[in-house]
Structure formats: structure tokens, C-alpha cells
Design a protein around this ligand. Structure first.
Ligand SMILES: [Fe+2]
Length: 238
């Protein structure tokens, strides 16, 4: 985050699953968006107060409980608009009042800050990443040296394979990845470093990726995740 950037992004690590909650601050307007409010609403509100910003928007990367259990607490204090992808709202089936539903490629304006919404299915059908300049808030799609599970309801490892391939091909290499959990040896990383060391970005064969994600990975690798050399993801023949 540079001094001339119109946007600051502050992170809080909260809850028993090491969730990262991000506060996206638009400096000029004093508006802020909280991404995936959960676990400790007072800490989130205090962070906003410290920076002298008003929470006007809530962005969801997806609808799992550990990413959303603070929504109502934030809404009790701030008249914020809730944003998520239409596909996720349908999967979730929540009755929260009048969320703003998006499609991949939409842009959300937060004062002078432009936020691009990417549709990145695989962990859930309507998982989203939010691109703020060169920074990308990735939820449970891409972790530092890992990626989200695909064995929960709505998960799809074949979709995750395509999503991660697209992200690696299309996003600038200096994109800073800000994940939804602190599961790695470092809290954030560049896409370049991930293409080099994230085993989930090493597969060219979809079926091997699916095998690795669904059956091999969790039995052979523990957090905190570190880099894996290309070709050392899993033995041949697995
Ligand atoms: Fe999740």
C-alpha cells in the first residue's frame, strides 16, 4: 500500500479458523467496505473508528458461516449495503433484506476506489474475489500456498481447476493475494510467488488436480503451508 494509493486495506485475523477480515478504506471519502465480517464485530467496528471511516458496504466472498457471522452485528450499527454474487445468493438461500447481487466483471464504486468483482467458483458456486488495484481479496478460492476445499456442499474441484488456471493466466503477476484465512507461513503473497510455489497452480491435467484436491492433499500436507517445488505435488501414478 503506497502513500499515493486512494485505498488502504487493513486486515484483522479473527476467530478459531484464523479468518482474515479486511477493511477496505477509501481515503478521500472516508467510506469503508468490510469483506467477510465475522467472529468479532466490536474489533471490526473499532478498526473502522481508529481509521475514522464509515462502513457503507459489506462484501462477501462466499456464504460460509465463518465468513458471515458478523453481518448482522455490523448492520445493527451501520446502514451498509451487502454485496455478493447472484450465484452465491441462490446457493445460500439467505433471507437477508435486499442484498446487491452481482455478476462476474461488475464493479463496485467506493468513493474514489474501484472494486472489480471476479466470479471464481469451485469452493462454492458463487465464490467471489474482489480486485482493488493490484490487490486481490481471494476468500477461500486461493490461499497462500493453498486453495479452498471443494468437498463441501456446492464445492466443485473441476470448477476450481478452471478458476485457478484463469486467475494465473489473466491476472498481473504482481497482484497481491489477500486470502480468507491465515493458513500459511506468511499472510499475503504475490501471484508470481504463488505460480512458483502453490501446488494447486502447478497442475496441467484436470483429473490429477481433482485427485490431489479431493484425496491426496489433506492427508499429506499440514498448515502452515509453505511453498512446494513444481513436480513435487504428489507422486506419479497417484
Ligand atoms: Fe469457506
Amino acid at each position: 500500500m503506497t502513500a499515493e494509493s486512494p485505498t488502504a486495506i487493513h486486515a484483522l485475523e479473527l476467530g478459531p479458523m484464523e479468518n482474515f477480515v479486511y477493511l477496505v478504506e477509501d481515503r478521500a471519502s472516508g467510506r469503508a467496505a468490510v469483506v467477510d465480517p465475522a467472529w468479532d464485530v466490536p474489533a471490526i467496528l473499532e478498526l473502522a473508528d481508529e481509521h475514522g471511516v464509515r462502513i457503507t458496504d459489506i462484501l462477501l466472498t462466499h456464504s460460509h458461516h465463518d465468513h458471515i457471522n458478523g453481518i448482522e452485528g455490523v448492520l445493527a450499527r451501520h446502514d451498509a449495503r451487502l454485496h455478493l454474487l447472484k450465484d452465491e445468493a441462490e446457493f445460500w438461500g439467505s433471507h437477508l433484506d435486499l442484498p446487491t447481487l452481482h455478476h462476474g466483471g461488475d464493479r463496485i464504486r467506493l468513493g474514489d476506489t474501484d472494486i472489480e468483482v471476479l466470479h471464481t467458483p469451485g469452493h462454492t458456486p458463487g465464490s467471489a474475489c474482489y480486485k482493488v488495484g493490484e490487490r486481490l481479496i481471494t476468500g477461500d478460492t486461493l490461499f497462500v500456498f493453498g486453495c479452498g476445499r471443494c468437498d463441501l456442499p456446492g464445492g466443485d474441484p473441476e470448477q476450481m481447476f478452471v478458476t485457478l488456471k484463469d486467475m494465473a493466466a489473466r491476472l498481473p503477476r504482481d497482484t497481491l493475494i489477500l486470502p480468507g484465512h491465515n493458513y500459511a507461513v506468511k499472510p499475503a503473497s504475490t501471484l508470481d510467488e504463488q505460480i512458483e510455489g502453490n501446488p494447486f497452480l502447478h497442475f496441467d491435467d484436470r483429473d490429477r488436480f481433482v485427485e490431489y484436491r479431493m484425496h491426496y492433499h489433506d492427508r499429506h500436507r499440514d498448515s502452515p503451508y509453505g511453498p512446494v517445488c513444481r513436480g513435487h505435488e504428489m507422486p506419479a501414478g497417484q
